[in-house]
Ligand binder design. Structure first.
Ligand code: ADP
Ligand code: MG
Length: 500
């Protein structure tokens, strides 16, 4: 049984399946309309195979807050991989450890972070609160540094889109906190390999994705470097997290590969159970914590009361590895990304001109909005008001669903409000292709665009870099009509690249 992938696949064959096969396929009603006749039923069979494989291999997602915690569905996924040009893909992989060095250098500069984010903090309480923790813990940070106990684990993900007009790969943003989907993306790569192989197609252009093991091995390296037998990892999570299985793959694999246990805690639970002992170590119920890994804490919703901030502060003051520290989190702010795009900015932090050139090749147009009446900015604003489709307005937020586009962008830009908490960004225009997306067993075809994420990991113990490397990839694909892109936020599906 062969299916050619040169032409986009369509679900045209459902009507040709036997009644019993149809009953097994939970396809969407719209797919069950009378369909064009087709030569075989390969697409529908692939959907069935994909859903079964996903459930059999833990490519799963929480079914929803109202369900019991154990109720799961397969993760939203693209049926087949998305073509990506090999050259730019490999350059983005090459850039991952350099972006880590850049973020590390920025995180180490207290004054830079405080000053570059000061204007945003005036308008944005969340940025102000993070800056407050950063400032309030400066004495402890200095003491830890003096003792050689400043410890960072970075699990970064730099996100990119192909910009069709110039055929270049441009950076959407870099994530320095809670970079998710490393594990499920590893599984989607395996799923696509299986489906192509099963349907008689070549799989040699599917790049290996080592995200799960590479991220876990960085955690293992950090914990080994902490040198305290039977110390644990604390994973800080959101209550009711739907993406818990992506997280649990990390803790399961950390146990299997490194014999380290994970304790999952919300920020509130952390402050209730956590203490710092006389040696500066964080303890949870007497167990020593070598690493605190945040999969929460990036959104104001994660801090409903002062208690959660106290939890964050406790971690900052301890000698555990932080993934990330508040400084690393701030280094990933969109305002910092915009500042780094100004001429000469990255050169302050990175010595190698070739490395600077590589990073710069990914930068889209980015503008700060502190002084919109300056001569340079007023021309950009005039253009954005006339052509809003060419721009995105972004607040200092993570997690998807916060950006402003189109008429709302015009309204916001032309309001008399102070916009220093926002940055303006060139709209990246990725190529559109037909994709079959599968959610809750329902397959739907859509015109779609894709976003590539490249993971990086860095372990730094005192001044010593233990490891710094790229760590696999993620592709998320969404309907081209949707502005936002998060899988967790419900916009996109998990996908993988096929290199061309
Ligand atoms: P967040 O931190 O909320 O994930 P992002 O900067 O990644 O913020 O933006 C969310 C989504 O919006 C992205 O995944 C992407 O789909 C879309 N997006 C962001 N910036 C751009 C841009 N410059 N051009 C086109 N789409 C963008
Ligand atoms: Mg993003």
């Amino acid at each position: 049984m062969r299916c050619t992938l040169k032409a986009p696949l369509t679900i045209t064959s459902y009507s040709r399946l036997s009644k019993s096969s149809r009953a097994r396929l939970p396809l969407h009603a719209s797919v069950m309309q009378p369909l064009e006749s087709s030569i075989d039923s390969i697409e529908a069979l692939l959907v069935e195979e994909a859903v079964a494989w996903a459930c059999q291999h833990g490519l799963i997602y929480g079914a929803g807050l109202d369900s019991p915690a154990s109720a799961v569905v397969h993760a939203p996924l693209a049926l087949l991989p998305t073509p990506y040009p090999r050259g730019p893909f490999e350059q983005a992989v090459q850039a991952a450890p350099i972006f880590n060095i850049l973020m590390d250098a920025i995180a180490a500069e207290d004054e830079y972070l405080q000053s570059v984010l000061a204007a945003a903090a005036v308008q944005d309480d969340f940025t102000a609160a993070l800056l407050h923790v950063h400032k309030a813990t400066a004495p402890e940070r200095a003491a830890l540094k003096m003792a050689g106990k400043n410890r960072d684990l970075a699990v970064t993900r730099s996100d990119y889109m192909l910009h069709s007009p110039t055929n270049s790969l441009l950076q959407v943003e870099i994530n320095t906190i809670a970079s998710s989907f490393g594990c499920l993306s590893t599984l989607v790569g395996r799923l696509h390999k299986y489906l192509l192989d099963w349907s008689g197609n070549d799989t040699s252009s599917l790049p290996d994705n080592t995200a799960l093991n590479t991220i876990v091995d960085a955690m293992g390296a950090a914990i080994a470097s902490y040198k305290s037998p039977s110390s644990i990892m604390v994973m800080v999570v959101q209550p009711g997290e739907k993406n818990a299985y992506d997280q649990r793959w990390l803790s399961l694999t950390l146990w299997e590969r490194h014999r380290v246990k994970t304790v999952r805690l919300t920020l509130k639970e952390l402050v209730g159970k956590g203490t710092i002992d006389s040696q500066g170590a964080l303890r949870i119920d007497e167990q020593k914590v070598a690493l605190v890994y945040f999969r929460a804490g990036y959104s104001p919703d994660d801090y409903p009361t002062q208690e959660e901030w106290d939890g964050r502060m406790l971690v900052e003051k301890s000698d555990a590895f932080k993934c990330p520290s508040v400084a690393w989190q701030l280094a990933g702010a969109k305002k910092v990304q915009q500042d780094l795009a100004t001429p000469g900015a990255i050169e302050r932090f990175i010595d190698s001109p070739t490395d600077c050139e590589l990073l710069r090749s990914f930068f889209a147009g980015l503008w700060g909005l502190e002084d919109v009446s300056s001569p340079g900015m007023s021309a950009v604003i005039t253009d954005a008001l006339a052509h809003p489709e060419g721009y995105v307005l972004k607040p200092q937020r993570e997690g998807g669903g916060n950006n402003i586009y189109g008429t709302a962008l015009v309204r916001k830009l032309s309001s008399a409000e102070n916009l220093s908490a926002y940055i303006l960004m060139q709209r990246i225009l990725p190529p559109i292709r037909n994709t079959i997306m599968v959610r809750n067993g329902v397959a739907m075809e859509a015109e779609a665009v894709s976003e590539l994420g490249i993971y990086g990991v860095m372990v730094k113990d005192g001044d010593r870099i233990v490891t710094n490397t790229s760590a696999g990839h993620l592709v998320r694909t969404k309907a081209s009509s949707s502005d936002e892109g998060g899988v967790a936020a419900g916009f996109a599906v998990l996908d993988s690249p096929v290199l061309i």
